[in-house]
Ligand binder design. Sequence first.
Ligand code: ADP
Length: 591
Amino acid sequence: MKKQSNLSRLMDYAGNYRYFTYASWVLSAVSALVALVPFVYIWMILRDALNAAPNYAQAVNIPHYGWMAVLFAVLSYLIYIAALMCSHLSAFRVATNLRLAVSEHLAVLPLGFAEKFGSGKLRKIIHESTGAAETYLAHQLPDQYNAIATPVGLLVLLLAFDWRLGLLSLAPVVLAFLIMATMTGKRMVEKMRQYGNALEAMSNEAVEYVRGIPVVKTFGQSVFSFKKFKATIDEYEKWVISYTKDLRLPMMFYTAAVNGVFAFLIAGGLLFTRSGVTPEFLLNLLFYIIITPVISLTLTRMMYMSESKMVVADALARIDSVLEAAPMQVQAVPQHPQDASVALRDVRFSYDGKTEVIKGVSMDIKPGQTVALVGPSGGGKSTLASLICRFFDVQGGSIAIGGADVRSTPKEELMDTVAFVFQNSRLLKGSILDNVRLGKPDATEDEVLAALKTAQCMDIIEKFPDGIHTVIGSKGVYLSGGEQQRIAIARAMLKNAPILILDEATAFADPDNEAKVQAAFARLAKGKTVLMIAHRLSTVANADCIYVVQDGQIAEFGTKDELCTQNGLFARMWQEYQASVQWKVAKEGER
Ligand code: ADP
């Protein structure tokens, strides 16, 4: 299939508004030609003035020419404004449709996509890349036609008055074009792409870094997260310097050529007038010197033309990186969960399509059971949990909820059956009420309050004068990791789904918070099927079954007592845990 050009793709998004875009090109070109007419009148003014010199009073037509020049200048502006109005009508439509296309596609992508892709990067695509397409259509394209029409008109003018001077003033144009070609060659396009990537990586990390500050503070990860951010800044520095250095010389020559039209004209003028100056030659020379700024301006516009083409190509490629992401499969024959059981059969998964992080995991959780996942960090516990919620689709094996394959369960039904509270359950910028209500959009305020109460959140609500209407993320409203998690628990509580997936937080700023979160978890879990990622062994003792996840596999499973007699990984972890508890008790006793 032939690859569609960027412009025709943009025009597809414009629909019938494309005709406004085409009209803007024509109007813009006409405006450029009309803008040259005043120069003809200036030439006439110069001619009459030189003819009448020194009795200038005889040049009676000069005011008339002057007014005509003004008239055409104003007319050219009016046509240009009309061109911009047309181009904007179409550009806004395209930007809106592009944003809609990306947003609609996001809705059919796996839930985990945004997390994996990076929310900063997504934001940049939705706002800036579509914005780049808008600017391109609204301003750069009409200007491009303006910049093409001007030299055509100029060529006629320049060659009509004095072809020798005309050619001389065109020489720098040719030179500038050659230099421009080196600046927009393949190698530079590649450099520009690298530069764009580095910029994107940096802004992505910056957003994640700022968003992560509460987590960074709670979990004391500052050095780690700063390292990642710094690496992207270093990478950006490398590309921006290399890109700028490569452009330094050509840019210098280009600017010299563009602004040096005078030099060519004056040198030529001296050459042609060795045998004396005729008034006619003087007239033309003056005219050409007056018109040179138009040449420089046109060339500058042309340079930005190729640059903006590169920018829009890059923007479209970035938009495609989202649009081309594979949507979640939707099964033709839906299956409906029959109970609150969870069954994993030989599940396999990798994030990058290469390294498997889940290597054949099977599990059976009966309705009402509480199951704990334990094991070393990086073993795959969170990945398993996110697969059950269908953040991503398994690449091998299957996951069934209530006997129905999650891939065949309608999305809404799955969301109603499974609730999750993750460590990074980010709250949205909105009131506490709104955040909890996400669990059940039609819940009354009383229901929300009851959920907050059961989730041990009353101290949070009482802390702020606006109560449940306090807007999270507004000035002075800071919630610790544990507090955020309790609000997320209230949300899950309100949702009242029969299956719960919990990720216990790894560390808390204070023991009071920890006790409250534990209590909230316990109430939430009552009567439900619970899969819990346990970071503290104290919480797993009462689980119906403990799965030890190591290196993407189930190393062992059973109740606490069964596992302790097996002398495996869990038994060792348990002994260490017991020792640490005893050590803590002994310490307390010493005080
Ligand atoms: P655990 O929860 O047991 O600490 P995870 O499920 O978070 O383990 O991680 C399992 C493996 O998958 C690790 O090697 C981790 O680096 C990798 N991983 C986790 N999340 C992602 C992701 N979004 N993209 C790529 N790799 C990931």
